[in-house]
Write a protein that binds this ligand. Structure first.
Ligand code: TRP
Ligand code: ZN
Length: 891
């Protein structure tokens, strides 16, 4: 990249100048030059204000144009203007046919966008702007067209030829080739196009929709993965049923296909009728996959399937609207997972991610509203903000409307906009129209970045029997704006009957009080003891009358808004909520706050014994001994807040202090509760046949949390415990937890086990990825050389994003190494970014983002990081990397 990249603005949006009624693609796959002939039936868009009769077709750097014809006549250079990499067709008629012929070399395309080769197969990734590297096209999501795709290729090397829609013709052709023609009746933007050619085996099943149509389901994988399809298939069928039951959405084609590919930039892609998945996000087998991977796969299969309505049938007008499909679809897949497993556990896991990754993004140089106003490279905006915060925003609408009105709203949205490319505004309007709820102020969530803090103070007046909540909100400045308008924040809450009560009321302790709610509140569901406070102003007071005794407020239940809650909970109140709150999320939150306070006290040089007080130890002890509780929930309850969360809570991050204090608290808890941890470990040990029931999964999770605590004791007995668990080879969850524990103890035994593990699994790419990640993410100081050694391992491949994510992503997660005081971690990542930039700009830019967030670090670290960012920008990187680095440097 030599000039500064262009900035694209939402305000510049204009409707397409032309409509492409149909697109015929003829792709001849070849190991050297793949030929793409593209025939478009085009007419002027009656809605366009454009004066000229010119048609602009986007083209990428990888296209080699051979020929262009307009209505069958080859175009002269005077009418065929190259504008950068794009093509401008001058003075077109009202209605015409364009036919272009291009050569491409997918085998040399390492960006993994457009048409590329992964292992022995050809596949595509077109979102967001990959299609323009397959052929010249109006590559924008509001240009929708009916696609017919003809693929031809060598019959023996590429026996399977797939594209979107239905197969309509196939046969043999010259030179040992065969062909297949696919037709997709649903008009779609180019980003949803897909094509696959390879030597694949098929795992089949079927699903009968609620209206009685039979849909054929196919999962295509390389032969050696044929035993890893069952879980994804079951997940797919459950997702199809769920979307019918919960959203009234039926599948619309007779065939639904999934293809697994090893080289993939993201998790998966919702191409119409032909989803393409990163192998890691679809293939699973009890011998090689952990419980977490099983759950993740189910969520992603659901996510991509749900896009068929939220994304494909109703798509985005432009890429600023990305959260329209991603936020909504993440919300839908979270609901689905919550319904399949445990809603509380799912919520805890999602909130943990949000509060670390998304809150960090929202306070850094790349902070952006879920509907950004501008971008240089759209790939940089497939972010935790657009996805996870986007899902929170949809979730808040769900909370404000309640489930029934929300469903009315989604029905209206799908009905009103079926077949259209629309905006987040259209989504909000549909929700308003169906519910009658005013979302005027709520729209600020779409246009403003930053994490609001809600400050809550309370007052109880015993004589008036009145309880008041004083609520204010504030949001820090972010790059798009220094000042913020107030958000509409739904705070789900209840008032719990506290302890300082008279004896007669004592039996009601912990119950939520029956409250006559103030006016600004919408009571929800059947349980009128819980309501949603609608905070819409910078400052507000809520008055609750007829309150007989001082209540304990349970605020922000279920984390009903993506905010920081500042309420001065006393230890006593937190202990009370941890034991009594009927909202599972807030019970967890109370324990987290107690643990956080303890950790912060240790960081403030209080002695551990004082900081981790006996009542807290007793609480943890009770949790570990209580056999009535959901073990998956206990596993989360007793876990210390992560280093990333502790960093998020600091104004100036002290990496070492966080690490040392957290480790010492972990060790102190292990010492204090050794027998409880051992008892819990033993009790959760499942010796029967392998099961994937919720209880079995929960037991494994809890047992392995105990193991991690116990191995901080660094003694022979507990090393032996980990070793025994490893040697038992019961299942991948236990094996990798044992390995993780052994690596943390840094013993020779870990090295032996790692070698044993590799020699056993070296042929399974997915397991090797786990093996890499376990080693690179180990959070003990001084592991940089070890990680550099991993890069030289024969199984490492910098062209494969999963390998990069495992090794380099793992390293960045080990904060103590990435942030090593001498800057070696920063220099290492910068080197890798520079290397990756020329291979895969999207992955390089992703790796760069953590370097950008240096503002909260110590001045010494800021200098070290800036040096590395400067070093990267001096190499004149791709616009992907340039955007991330330049925005970081102007902080
Ligand atoms: N739409 C995809 C998803 O659900 C995201 C995606 C997959 C993507 N591959 C990509 C985005 C490549 C950009 C580039 O979630
Ligand atoms: Zn998605």
């Amino acid at each position: 990249m030599s000039e500064q990249p262009q900035v694209i603005y939402l305000k510049d949006y204009q409707v397409p100048s032309h409509i492409i009624d149909s697109t015929f693609l003829d792709v001849h796959i070849d190991d050297q030059n793949t030929r793409v002939i593209c025939t478009l039936q085009v007419r002027k868009n009656p809605l366009s204000q454009a004066q000229s009769h010119d048609l602009l077709l986007h083209g990428g750097t990888l296209l080699q144009l051979e020929k262009a014809c307009l209505d069958g006549v080859e175009m002269t250079p005077a009418r065929l203007i190259k504008q950068g990499t794009n093509l401008l067709l001058k003075d077109c008629p009202e209605q015409f046919e364009v036919k272009t012929e291009c050569l491409i070399e997918p085998q040399n395309n390492t960006t993994l966008e457009g048409l590329y080769k992964s292992g022995g197969m050809f596949c595509t990734q077109c979102e967001a702007e990959g299609f323009r590297n397959i052929t010249y096209y109006m590559d924008r999501p509001d240009a929708m067209s009916v696609f017919t795709t003809r693929i031809s290729a060598d019959k023996t090397k590429y026996p399977v030829l797939l594209a979107n829609g239905n197969p309509i013709e196939q046969g043999e052709q010259a030179g040992g080739c065969h062909y297949a023609v696919w037709h997709d009746p649903f008009p779609k933007p180019a980003y949803l196009f897909a094509l696959v050619a390879g030597d694949l085996v098929r795992y089949g099943d079927s699903f009968t929709t609620s209206s009685g149509r039979e849909v054929t389901l196919h999962i295509f994988v390389e032969a050696h993965n044929s035993h890893k399809c069952a879980h994804a298939m079951e997940s797919l069928k459950r997702s199809m049923k769920w979307d019918e039951d919960v959203y009234g959405r039926e599948y619309d084609l007779d065939l639904f296909m999934i293809v697994a590919v090893d080289d993939f930039n993201m998790g998966a892609m919702e191409n119409k009728g032909l989803n393409i998945f990163n192998s890691d996000c679809v293939l699973a087998d009890p011998n090689t996959s952990t419980d977490a991977q099983f759950e993740r796969i189910e969520g992603i299969v659901g996510h991509e399937y749900f896009h068929n309505w939220s994304g494909n049938r109703v798509t985005c007008r432009d890429w600023f609207q990305l959260s329209l499909k991603e936020g909504f679809t993440v919300f839908r897949d979270a609901q689905y997972t919550a319904d399949m497993y445990s809603p509380t556990v799912k919520r805890i896991d999602d909130v943990s991610l949000l509060r670390t990754a998304q809150f960090a993004e929202d306070s850094g140089p790349m902070a952006h509203p879920i509907r950004p106003e501008s971008y240089m490279e759209i790939n940089n905006f497939y972010s935790v903000t657009v996805y996870e915060k986007g899902a929170e925003v949809v979730g808040m609408i769900h909370t404000l409307l309640g489930a029934d009105l929300f469903r009315k709203g989604s029905d209206l949205y799908f009905h009103r906009h079926d077949g259209q490319a629309v905006t987040t505004e259209d989504f909000v309007v549909a929700m308003e129209d169906a519910s009658g709820v005013d979302l005027t102020r709520f729209r600020n969530w779409y246009s403003q970045a930053g994490t609001p803090t809600i400050n809550v103070r309370d007052e109880y007046d015993a004589t008036q029997q009145e309880y008041r909540l004083y609520v204010s909100q504030s949001t820090p400045a972010t790059p798009e704006s220094d000042t913020k308008l107030p958000f509409h924040i739904p705070v789900r809450m209840a008032l719990l009957q506290g302890l300082d009560n008279n004896a007669s009321a004592r039996q009601g302790v912990g119950n939520s009080m029956a409250v006559s709610w103030p006016e600004q509140v919408s009571a929800i569901a059947a349980d009128s003891n819980e309501a949603v406070l609608s905070i819409t102003e910078a400052q507000q007071t809520f008055v609750f009358t007829g309150i007989a005794a001082r209540p304990v407020p349970s605020l922000l239940r279920g984390f009903s808004a993506p905010v920081k809650l500042d309420y001065p909970y006393s230890n006593q109140q937190l202990m009370f909520l941890a034991q009594h709150d009927s909202d599972g999320f807030n019970r967890w939150e109370a324990v987290q706050r107690l643990l956080l306070q303890a950790l912060q006290a240790v960081m403030n040089e209080e002695t551990i014994g004082d900081a981790v007080a006996q009542p807290l130890l007793d609480l943890l002890s009770d949790l570990l001994r209580n056999e009535q509780l959901d073990p998956a929930m206990v596993a989360r309850l007793v876990l210390l807040p992560s280093e990333a969360y502790l960093a998020e809570m600091q104004t100036e991050i002290d990496v070492e202090l966080i690490h040392i204090c957290r480790e010492s608290v972990r060790c102190y808890i292990a010492q204090s509760l050794q027998s409880e941890l051992e008892g819990c470990y033993a009790r959760c040990q499942d010796d029967g046949p392998f099961s994937q029931s919720g209880v079995a999964i929960g037991h494994r999770a809890l047992k392995n949390v105990c193991l991690m605590y116990l191995t901080t004791l660094e003694d022979e007995a507990h090393l032996a415990l980990a070793q025994r668990q490893y040697e038992k080879q019961a299942n991948m969850t236990d094996v990798s937890a044992a390995l993780q524990a052994m690596i943390a103890m840094d013993d020779d035994a870990a090295a032996i086990a790692l070698e044993n593990f590799y020699s056993h699994w070296h042929q399974d790419a997915q397991v090797v990825d786990q093996w890499f990640a376990l080693q690179s993410s180990a959070n003990q100081a001084g592991r940089l050389e070890y990680v550099k050694e991993l890069l030289r391992h024969s199984a490492f491949d910098i062209k494969n994003p999963n390998k990069v994510r495992s090794v380099l992503g793992g390293f960045i997660r080990s904060a103590i190494n990435f942030h090593a005081a001498d800057g070696s971690g920063y220099a290492f990542i910068a080197e890798q970014v520079i290397l990756l930039n020329s291979i895969n700009p999207m992955i390089a830019a992703g790796l760069c983002k953590p370097l950008g967030r240096f503002k909260k670090h110590t001045p010494e670290r800021q200098v070290l990081i800036r040096e590395q960012l400067q070093r990267i920008i001096d190499t004149n990187p791709s616009k992907d990397v340039y955007e991330v680095v330049s925005k970081a440097l102007v902080q």
